[in-house]
Ligand binder design. Sequence first.
Ligand SMILES: Nc1nc2c(ncn2[C@@H]2O[C@H](COP(=O)(O)OP(=O)(O)OP(=O)(O)O)[C@@H](O)[C@H]2O)c(=O)[nH]1
Ligand SMILES: [Zn+2]
Length: 296
Amino acid sequence: MSKPLLRRGTIVAAFGRHYEIELADGTLATGFPRGKKSPFAVGDEVELSADGQITGHAPRRSLLYRSDAYREKLIAANATQLLLVVATDPSFSDMLLSRALVAAEHQGLHTTIVLNKSDLAAALPAARKLLAPFVALGCRVVELSAKLDASPLLPLLAGECSVLVGQSGMGKSTLTNALVPGAAAPTRELSTALDSGKHTTTYARLYKLPSDTCPGGTLIDSPGLQEFGLKHLTPQEIEFGFAEFRPFLGQCRFRDCQHQAEPDCAIKAAVASGVIHQRRLDHFRQFISENRHGSH
Ligand SMILES: Nc1nc2c(ncn2[C@@H]2O[C@H](COP(=O)(O)OP(=O)(O)OP(=O)(O)O)[C@@H](O)[C@H]2O)c(=O)[nH]1
Ligand SMILES: [Zn+2]
């Protein structure tokens, strides 16, 4: 029997210039993109030629990515759920959360915020305060300590492809190791021992979650990030990413209201009455102005 020309599989690790692909029969193969670019992401279902070239990917259910003025940085393909990981200590950027939320809304992912390191109780109140605007808009927040017990997350993972996103040091890899027996994702302890620098995770990897606790669930651990540019989105798409704005859209006096200095702005009125958090409007304005002026 002749060998099929193309093999099919799922990208389970993305190293930039090459990829690790789990083939349909469960074996692993290395794949390379054709040109200079790396247009594939972990989670992509791809076709691989006999000589290891990735010839294409199946239509994606979603593509989570960020972008600056120059290029797009793919985070994960076909994810259904964004797990935004923050910690009590060190503190985190709430603006980064708003950025990731916009990208997730744009791709139809639902978002859960994981407040990790709840064992560091002294820092809990400040972290909760920073998260209040997200709770108010209906975002689910799960508090846990990945070091002690990650089980509060288990009920949310079955049947989902969840992607962990967050700043470095929030505990994404610790969480991965707690949820996936045998994952052996490198964590800060290891990188300190090896003195390999600040970011422990340098590439994204997809894991299968245990079928007894999370049937049909997969988990993607991704490198820590400090920036999350939204250059690829239009002002309308950015606005769509602010879910709590939606009931008020179309109610401003001006149809193209930017919710800045315009009179009779329904969004500003909602902020004044406490329905929308000022902080979220600040984030919105920041993203719109970056988008216009080309920073990030
Ligand atoms: N106290 C406490 N420390 C934790 C917890 N989870 C993780 N840590 C610690 O936080 C540090 C960072 O954890 P990592 O899992 O490496 O963080 P990361 O988000 O994967 O970091 P990058 O790979 O750089 O993106 C490590 O020293 C962990 O031991 C927790 O629940 N409680
Ligand atoms: Zn307005």
